[in-house]
Design a protein around this ligand. Structure first.
Ligand SMILES: Cc1cc2nc3c(=O)[nH]c(=O)nc-3n(C[C@H](O)[C@H](O)[C@H](O)COP(=O)(O)OP(=O)(O)OC[C@H]3O[C@@H](n4cnc5c(N)ncnc54)[C@H](O)[C@@H]3O)c2cc1C
Length: 456
């Protein structure tokens, strides 16, 4: 998404652009695939940053304006409502901030003024200052006097949707995610992520961009100052005035001919995830499930850290893509129940094929059991297996295989490169490791880095 957005922006101003993609499908971490005749989105839970079309000056409006993609072509439909579920409290939220504020006031009356002060600090902060040092969000919340419980409850969705740091977030990133989730909100196109990818591809073609698919970058040759040649898997070599890499910071360093193979070892992300997808024989609301996304945690504290076991069942995210406000008559052809949890890359990566399949089956069942604890109880006499038509599951190994992200780290390296610069003058990082996460973030990152390094 970052690569396509950067490519559109540059091609709009008559730069000659070639996007090189190793995979055969576009979309990267948020693509789609078919399995046994069914179309699945790889990852889309929600397009964040949703605001009504009339609200200007927000990331979504900026993104559409900069790419000249009509907002309507994204076909975004709003969430019904989501929840943060902890043992002692639930906090509901929608795309209307006042709902979350009222929930905090009811559950944490003694903290509501501190919560409001924190919100003000978020609104006052300029998260796009590339020169600001990375501060800790947890420190900031502690300085505002928030209790550990309320801190954990607020951190849970924000970490799950965008932190590359264990048990914390950069303050800048916290501000970005707070605005993306709580001030703005969730939406989804009826047909899923392919609508967004289609809009990007069409625009890229319109402005004359070219793509080379199924052929990765093998080496970035350099003279120690600049990229002098981009060598592809098929042996061909291209030259370019500017190379924008969205492969990840450490991954890109290791493509450079002047860097050691272990470059960036201390900056490889440690956080990866499993996700299960259950195809239901009914819509979730028929089971009494009418929420959009549930972020859950069963422990006294929220642990957002590399899983010790294959999967960490203590917390996770449940997503029900049917539960958006689609147009009248639009209903997803099948109900889906998606569950995401933290997982350990090393443990999954080391398995042989037979063990891998067996472990997937085992953890699929464990993860459903874990998630169901936080859902309204199913009607008597029924069960999730009784409503299951098909299942699929991805693991950290899947992420590595299809996107090349080291350690299967979806949110990339903990140390971001906010200005996109690298040790080579004409090599720039965009996307996840520049520091804007999620699909809206990735596209904004592509736009910003193209503007900063390619058009100024
Ligand atoms: C399961 C899952 C669920 C998610 N859910 C959401 C969600 O609901 N909402 C949301 O906003 N975000 C979500 N995300 C996060 C979001 O998908 C990512 O933040 C975003 O897509 C990152 O985009 P990117 O362009 O920075 O990087 P990527 O998508 O990683 O793109 C990098 C591209 O580079 C290619 N590449 C790598 N190495 C090479 C090479 N050597 N040569 C050529 N090509 C190469 C890869 O194949 C890939 O296509 C989810 C991610 C996952 C995995």
């Amino acid at each position: 998404m970052a690569g396509l957005a950067a490519g559109i922006r540059l091609a709009m101003y008559d730069r000659k652009v070639l996007i090189i993609e190793r995979h055969n499908a576009p979309g990267g971490l948020n693509s789609f695939y078919s399995l046994e005749g069914r179309k699945y989105d790889v990852g889309l839970h929600a397009v964040t940053n949703f605001v009504p079309p009339t609200r200007k000056g927000t990331p979504l409006a900026k993104l559409c304006r900069q790419l000249r993609i009509p907002r309507e072509s994204l076909e975004l439909r709003e969430q019904i409502g989501s929840r943060i579920a902890f043992p002692e409290h639930n906090l509901r939220f929608t795309n209307d901030f006042s709902v979350l504020e009222a929930e905090v006031a009811a559950a944490f009356p003694q903290e509501i003024d501190r919560f409001r002060a924190l919100r003000q600090a978020v609104l006052d902060h300029n998260e796009f200052d590339y020169t600001a040092p990375a501060g800790s969000a947890r420190d900031m919340l502690a300085r505002h006097g928030l209790s550990p419980l309320l801190t954990d409850m607020l951190m849970c969705p924000l970490c799950y949707y965008g932190s590359a740091r264990q048990n914390d977030m950069d303050w800048d990133q916290f501000v970005i995610m707070w605005k993306a989730l709580f001030e703005e909100g969730f939406a989804r196109p009826y047909e899923g992520v392919r609508v967004i990818i289609r809009a990007l591809l069409q625009r890229f073609r319109e402005v004359g961009g070219q793509r080379k698919m199924k052929c990765g970058v093998r080496w970035l040759h350099s003279d120690g100052q600049r990229v002098t040649g981009v060598e592809l898997d098929d042996g061909s070599v291209y030259t370019a005035d500017l190379v924008i890499s969205t492969a990840g910071l450490v991954e890109t360093q290791r493509l450079c001919s002047d860097m050691p193979p272990e470059a960036g070892r201390d900056n490889v992300g440690a956080l990866s995830f499993c996700e299960t997808i259950t195809v239901l024989d009914c819509q979730p609301r028929e089971l009494g499930w009418d929420e959009t996304i549930v972020f859950f945690n069963d422990s006294e504290r929220f642990h957002y850290e590399a899983a010790v076991d294959d999967v960490d069942l203590r917390s996770g995210v449940i997503c029900l893509p049917s539960n958006y406000r689609y147009d009248a008559g639009q209903e997803l052809p099948e109900g889906l129940f998606r569950v995401t949890a933290l997982a350990n890359f090393q443990r999954w990566a080391g398995l042989d094929e037979g063990d891998y399949r067996a472990r997937k089956q085992y953890w699929y069942a464990q993860l459903q059991r874990s998630a169901l604890r936080f859902m309204p109880e199913l009607p008597a006499g029924t069960s999730l297996p009784a409503h299951t038509k098909a299942v699929d599951m991805f693991t950290p190994r899947t992420v590595k295989k299809f996107t090349g992200h080291l350690g299967g780290a979806i949110y990339g390296a903990p140390q971001k490169q906010k200005d996109g610069r690298t040790h080579l003058d004409n090599l720039v990082i965009a996307g996840t490791d520049q520091g804007f996460l999620g699909i809206v973030g990735a596209m904004l990152s592509g736009i910003s880095m193209a503007n900063l390094h390619g058009l100024k």
